[in-house]
Design a protein around this ligand. Sequence first.
Ligand code: DP6
Length: 371
Amino acid sequence: MDSMVTCIAPVNIAVIKYWGKRDEKLILPLNDSVSGTLSTDQMHAKTTVMRCKDFTEDKIWLNGKEVSFSNPRLLSCMKEIRRLSRESGTSEDIVNTKVHICSENNFPTAAGLASSAAGYACLVFALKELFGVKQDITRVARLGSGSACRSIYGGFVRWHKGDLADGSDSIATQIAPPSHWPLHVFILVVNDKQKKIGSTPGMQRTALTSELVQYRIKESVPKRIEDIIQAVKERNFDKFAEITMKDSNQFHAVCLDTYPPNIYMNDISHEITSFVHTYNELFPKPKVAYTFDAGPNACIYLEEESVPDFAATLQYIFPPEETLESYFKGESVQFGTVNEGLRTYPQQSPGLLKYIIHTKIGDGPKRLDSS
Ligand code: DP6
């Protein structure tokens, strides 16, 4: 077994959102969720884990700075990995060796993207390799951050809420690999200074105060989960887009129904929403779908054939402040034609969007090297 392992792991963006826990410590959700895993080419967490008999304690560095190992979520991931390692037949010597962990993100935290999901998925995946763990590790990643369990697989992924009190059935499974439906994704990074309430306290507040969340978890989500899985399997973008946008809207409605409210979308986010609906109305069926997490940035899912025209129209309506080539980052973009129907849509003042990351559905975590 190698004594040093380096891995990268992807970000994932939910199309059926996880929001609310039934168990805070085990991070057990109130509802199932579904996400797309984004390519590690553009955004990833990178983690190196090392074990050495000379280390006297477990240590961790995040983006180059040593931080305390006392975080309860980190401790519970470590404890669970060592338990599973023992169960997998790894020798006590190895199981008990202390580790040093270095973790970093290659994307700016300013992007407000689910960095904890990629980070914990990467950490747990690397530790699994280091300690010879053979069992499912999605439930270990879940102990770090709920949404992290979905970053353990590529393509489209479902996190089953599970029913058991110990959380053993609250795991993630792959719905389809990336090759099945390599949808493209634009992340519209919105200019915003406002400090937002984090996901963890935000969802606690929702679980305690929202009436609408009960309707969401009992009535809306179970049907949406089945329908979106079918849409993915059939590569039915029309259906996928409608469910994705409705679920994002309902998630934010639940956030507003929380008291005091969790306000994540801002005026620019709402402008993007109405732009997307206008864009889609000009086509016989939806061409693009938005979804918003706990922040103002939009994540747009679209089919490959829609990329050139949508990129051109998006750039026309939301002009950049700076030079054009730096506006789109990531995968290269071939610009098509600006949609004629949108020529009369009010052009927005330059700089509302900081930049746009062009990426697509991709693989799960991978190991980079070993020694
Ligand atoms: C809006 O997984 O960050 O992105 O489990 O408390 O760490 P914790 O929360 P986290 O919540 C993500 C919420 C979301 C929706 C989603 O990804 O499903």
